[in-house]
Design a protein around this ligand. Structure first.
Ligand code: MF3
Ligand code: CO
Ligand code: CO
Length: 270
């Protein structure tokens, strides 16, 4: 495992990249409406990132370990799609839930964040899944502090989500992030207390639980990217990039449009 620790310069770079990623979601939010295609959202994001932010959309042509390059600038995962959904000419419709996942590179540093959107009006079940997945992510974030272990974070997320009757996807996880999009460590969204890597100041990683309304099993589509639930149940995901500070955490992917904190969260930096 080679975990990179960010110094003050690195942290400054990560703060900027994180805020920009979140601001892309703010910019897209009013456009997430019935009738819009995910390709239209992709084009809006590409233009905003490259022209306004003078940054780079990290997913575009991303090809870890020689996979076929990812063809778009953002990921849009609808309903039973778990993650890595590829924007297309299909329109969103009322009642869909969609995760939009944004990663930007600014001055060499990556910021990675995603939110759920309910298109038009959603069902009670859809709203509940989106809200509780948001809370699941925050249950992990508030654990972050030097001396805590990655297993403690996974355990907090898993016990909360499963306690609501949901399941946690195992095959995809959060990740270290910095000058590299996906670096060590892996941040599992399930686990046992007091296991795995110990957190230390200067680590930056994502927490991005994928929570299914049904069973946890997934499968990959023939496009080589899109992941769906095997039982076609709804799936939700939220993602923040966080920094381990000397006394706790700092959430790096915040902006004016970030949703309100869950009631049990008292601060975004400590
Ligand atoms: N942003 C995703 C993550 O949270 C990764 C997307 S990789 C892509 O790690 F190639 F599918 F865009
Ligand atoms: Co990520
Ligand atoms: Co992401």
């Amino acid at each position: 495992m080679t975990i990179t620790f960010k110094d003050e310069r690195g942290i400054a770079g990560m703060r900027v990249a994180g805020r920009l990623a979140s601001e892309v979601l703010d910019y897209l939010t009013p456009h997430v409406q019935p009738g819009v295609t995910t390709n239209a959202l992709d084009k809006l994001a590409f233009d905003y990132i490259t022209q306004v932010q003078q940054a780079i959309p990290a997913p575009l042509n991303y090809n870890p370990s020689g996979r076929n390059p990812y063809p778009k600038s953002i990921c849009t995962s609808i309903n039973h799609q778990v993650c890595h959904g590829i924007p297309s000419d299909k329109a969103l419709k009322k009642g869909d839930i969609v995760n939009i996942d944004i990663t930007v590179i600014k001055d060499g540093w990556h910021g990675d964040t995603s939110r759920m959107f309910i298109v038009g009006e959603g069902s009670i079940a859809a709203k509940r899944l989106c809200q509780l997945t948001y809370e699941a992510m925050w249950h992990g974030i508030v654990k972050v502090k030097p001396g805590v272990r990655l297993g403690d974070i996974g355990h907090a997320i898993q016990t909360f989500a499963e306690g609501q009757g949901f399941s946690i996807v195992r095959e995809f996880c959060g990740h270290g992030i910095g000058q590299v999009f996906h670096e060590d460590p892996q941040v599992l969204h399930y686990g046992k207390p007091d296991t795995l890597e110990e957190l230390k100041p200067g680590m930056t990683f994502t927490i991005e639980p994928m929570v299914n309304a049904g069973k946890r099993d997934i499968k990959e589509m023939s496009d080589g990217w899109t992941i769906i639930t095997r039982d076609h149940s709804l799936s939700a995901q939220w993602e923040h990039t966080v920094l381990v500070t000397p006394t706790g955490y700092e959430v790096l992917t915040l902006s004016s449009g970030s949703p309100a904190l869950p009631a049990f969260v008292t601060t975004t930096a400590c």
